[in-house]
Design a protein around this ligand. Structure first.
Ligand code: SF4
Length: 133
């Protein structure tokens, strides 16, 4: 028995509303897309939805107490809560360089959690913080 699922295509800022007719795991049709990327996105959302994960981690000795992080690549939506729990338990030591890997292969997803910004030690001149942003 088929059903219709609604998605918002996030492949570009237009944000087309997609109506996707699905039977089991099979996509029968995609409507509402104004370019081929919309159909590709809808099929991906049905088969294996993924998200880029963003969060913060606690920092020891940093000029700021938290450092923003993200997943290096999109990871399975089904693993997001597991990843959130693992990231919430992490505390790292300053200094941190932007792009530094903080958790490799988080929760076996194949994606790493990386720092989204550099964060110097607390005792450094505040101008270094501005330069590292
Ligand atoms: S269907 Fe095409 S135009 Fe519409 S949001 Fe997706 S990428 Fe953009």
């Amino acid at each position: 028995m088929s059903c219709v699922k609604k998605f918002l295509c996030v492949s570009c800022p237009v944000g087309c509303s997609l109506s996707v007719t699905v039977e089991g795991a099979e996509v029968l049709s995609v409507e509402g897309n104004t370019c081929p990327l919309g159909e590709k996105y809808a099929r991906s959302e049905v088969a294996n939805p993924v998200r880029t994960f963003t969060s913060t981690v606690r920092v020891n000795g940093g000029l700021l107490p938290l450092c923003p992080t993200r997943s290096k690549t999109p990871l399975p939506l089904s693993k997001v809560f597991d990843v959130a729990r693992e990231v919430a338990q992490l505390t790292v030591d300053a200094p941190i360089e932007i792009g530094a890997t903080l958790i490799k292969n988080v929760c076996g997803t194949g994606s790493d959690i990386v720092a989204s910004r550099s964060l110097p030690r607390k005792h450094r001149d505040s101008r270094e913080l501005e330069n590292s942003a």
